[in-house]
Design a protein around this ligand. Structure first.
Ligand code: GDP
Length: 297
């Protein structure tokens, strides 16, 4: 079990009797604990270092408020700074889906939860935003994945593009665009193929699909439990394809959510949603406060 950061800091400050202002030594001692807690929460080392530096600046010399203990005060400073880093621009969860039919490109590695998340998001767009959605699978190498999306579509009452054998992903993307235009859909979602790791063929394929559809949103779906790997995946997809946001899945797992902090700090891209389970309504808008609380423990 993790020892929560709040507990660690209280422990540190119980041993200190300084009053008035937080001294540099107090802050240093506390920051060591903060760094360890961040690393345990799976935040990457450079991000943890930068983070600790900015907390140090915020904390040094700050007067200790009468109503709180120094430990609580540092926890608050850390919490506020976490929220600060985790908060992107714009509304959490807001997608650019005006000017129908708006294409949404779903990208990511195999097993990250891309197809399930495509279904979850389609359901949400339909039920919460009242949009007519068309989904298409471009995973031509895995017929089972195409079937999976069709089954999801039936479950949530969202249309899927009929499967035509032998088409290339770009052809399917063109067909989806055409059908979405002719059929009066508000949004069409393209579930691209995943691979076990990033390879040239995958990137070239996604790039070609991007170029024929000009997506309004390119959302990277990535397993939030994979920590540093998730961040590398995001950097790779962003530099090659250009992503507009991230959806972190498996945030119902027992990870501490540190990937969210690293992801924001390294890519600068907003985390739009988090996946919280296998069920099709287990998708939530990203709340920086909740993840901050989870990292703090
Ligand atoms: P893809 O290969 O990226 O398309 O991955 P899938 O959508 O097929 O998902 C792989 C597995 O992860 C499935 O068993 C999903 O039910 C599961 N999954 C997806 N998102 C979540 C999530 O947020 N939480 C949990 N616990 N499981 C998820």
């Amino acid at each position: 079990m993790f020892e929560s950061l709040s507990d660690r800091l209280s422990g540190v400050f119980d041993r200190l009797t300084k009053q008035g202002a937080l001294s540099e030594d107090d802050v240093k001692t506390a920051l060591r604990e903060v760094r360890v807690a961040l690393l345990e929460a799976d935040v990457s080392l450079p991000v943890a270092r930068d983070f600790v530096k900015s907390v140090q600046e915020a904390a040094t010399g700050q007067a200790v408020t009468k109503s709180v203990t120094p430990g609580q005060q540092v926890v608050k400073i850390v919490h506020d700074e976490l929220v600060n880093v985790l908060t992107g621009e714009g509304e959490p969860g807001a997608l650019k889906i005006d000017s129908p039919p708006a294409p949404i490109l779903m990208v990511g590695l195999q097993g990250g939860g891309k197809t399930t998340t495509t279904g979850k998001l389609a359901k949400r767009l339909k039920e919460v935003n009242g949009k007519r959605v068309l989904m298409a699978s471009l995973d031509v190498n895995r017929p089972a994945a195409m079937e999976q999306l069709a089954i999801l579509g039936t479950q949530i009452g969202v249309d899927t593009l009929p499967i035509v054998a032998g088409q290339r992903p770009v052809d399917i993307a063109r067909r989806a665009k055409q059908q979405a235009t002719m059929g009066g859909y508000d949004v069409y979602m393209l579930d691209t193929a995943g691979r076990l790791s990033i390879d040239e063929e995958l990137m070239a394929e996604v790039e070609a699909v991007r170029d024929v559809t000009n997506p309004r949103e390119t959302l990277l779906v990535v397993d939030g439990l994979t920590g540093q790997d998730a961040v590398h995946t995001a950097e790779n997809f962003d530099s090659r394809i250009g992503i507009s946001g991230v959806i972190l899945t498996r945030m119902d797992g027992d990870g501490r959510g540190g990937a969210a902090l690293s992801m924001r700090a390294v890519t600068g891209k907003p985390i739009k949603y988090v996946g919280l389970g296998e069920k099709l309504d287990a998708l939530e808008e990203f709340h920086p406060e909740r993840i901050a609380g989870r990292i703090l423990g």
